[in-house]
Design a protein around this ligand. Structure first.
Ligand SMILES: NC(=O)C1=CN([C@@H]2O[C@H](COP(=O)(O)OP(=O)(O)OC[C@H]3O[C@@H](n4cnc5c(N)ncnc54)[C@H](OP(=O)(O)O)[C@@H]3O)[C@@H](O)[C@H]2O)C=CC1
Ligand SMILES: Nc1nc(=O)c2c([nH]1)NC[C@@H]1CN(c3ccc(C(=O)N[C@@H](CCC(=O)O)C(=O)O)cc3)C=[N+]21
Length: 295
């Protein structure tokens, strides 16, 4: 039976650490970190994420600045807000909630976020630095950083292991693969053109599943003893649930439990870690801006 990697508890510990940092900064400098969140449109899931980020900021003592634009907003209007936050010395992190409406070129917006406020780590220069040996990104994208932090804090050795990442998106799969490589894993990336993803995944010591396909990873995809990090957030219908639906991961949790040595649940795994890493990136950014080393 696999050990359950408790993302909720680990993320809470990180949020407590962040809150202590913020308190130290406040008493030493009279300043607190600030996070700006730009939301375009009114997707229900995005609204929920943005609300939980604001709540998390408040609990940690981080000031949050929110802008909610209609889904008809133009690139120029969104950029205006990005530029305003770039100039604001009280803002240390800027997050543009994804996905953006179809008429907006995502890369134009993400590339306009000031490099040293890019707490999502989505600026092309930050991604480039993440990919390069001998270079350090200013920020590591929150979800991949959360996945690695879960492995580190549960004592899973990454160095020398074979890791398979399922998915190659800019925000999860690709940066997760780069990070694992930085931690000296041998990394294979599986995507929708991979002929037999199950066969490849079965060779992995560590699996990071980020395909966005409910219950894609079954028992026969896993090597006995594998460590499984499930990034997927997939709503499925469930008439027995209160709202008629519930959230499941990319991994069939119950089946995987009988084969894996450790696994993250959904919900309560990677999701809460994403938010904790966002807070941590914001505090690190504020510390850099104020040249505050925490003492
Ligand atoms: N917990 C958290 O904090 C977060 C969770 N998520 C969740 O993670 C999941 C992935 O998100 P994201 O990366 O944005 O999704 P994308 O849709 O952008 O990317 C999915 C990736 O998975 C690959 N893929 C799709 N189907 C298969 C398959 N059957 N076999 C192998 N590979 C496949 C795709 O391949 P190809 O490139 O060929 O199309 C693509 O690279 C979603 O469920 C999302 O909700 C996302 C962000 C944060
Ligand atoms: N600029 C940008 N940055 C992001 O980091 C970003 C984004 N856009 N767009 C959408 C994705 C998705 N994402 C999640 C964050 C928290 C949970 C989370 O806290 N989930 C809870 C609840 C899940 C549920 O029950 O639905 C859990 O897994 O326990 C999930 C997903 C951040 N994303």
């Amino acid at each position: 039976m696999a050990a359950r990697i408790d993302g909720k508890a680990i993320s809470q510990a990180i949020r407590d650490e962040v809150a202590q940092e913020v308190a130290r900064m406040k008493s030493a400098l009279g300043k607190v970190p600030g996070l700006a969140v730009i939301l375009v449109g009114s997707r229900k899931d995005s609204l929920l994420y943005v609300t939980s980020k604001e709540k998390a900021c408040e609990q940690a003592g981080i000031r949050s600045y929110s802008v909610n634009l209609p889904d008809t907003a133009t690139e120029a209007e969104i950029l205006e807000h990005v530029h305003k936050f770039n100039r604001d010395p009280d803002v240390h992190g800027i997050l543009v909630q994804l996905p953006l409406p179809k008429h907006v070129r995502e890369q134009e917006i993400l590339g306009a976020v000031s490099m040293d406020k890019d707490v999502d780590g989505f600026h092309p220069t930050n991604i480039g630095r993440l990919a390069m040996q001998g270079r350090q990104p200013l920020f590591i994208p929150c979800t991949p950083r959360g996945c690695i932090e879960l492995l580190l804090r549960t004592g899973v050795q990454i160095s020398g292991k074979h890791a398979v990442v399922i998915g190659r998106s800019n925000i999860v799969g690709t940066p997760a693969a780069m990070l694992l490589q930085r931690h000296n894993a041998t990394v294979t990336v599986v995507h929708s053109y991979t002929p037999d993803p199950a066969a490849v995944t079965r060779t992995a010591d560590i699996v990071i599943a980020a395909a966005g396909v409910a219950h894609l990873v079954r028992k026969d995809w896993l090597k006995p003893g594998a460590v499984v990090i499930d990034v997927g957030i997939n709503p499925i219908e469930d008439p027995s649930a209160k709202k008629g639906h519930r959230t499941v991961g990319d991994v069939h949790f119950k089946e995987a439990c009988s084969v894996a040595s450790a696994i993250t649940p959904v919900p309560g795994g990677v999701g809460p870690m994403t938010i904790a890493m966002l807070l941590q990136n914001t505090v690190e950014s504020a510390k850099r801006a104020y040249e505050f080393n925490g003492t």
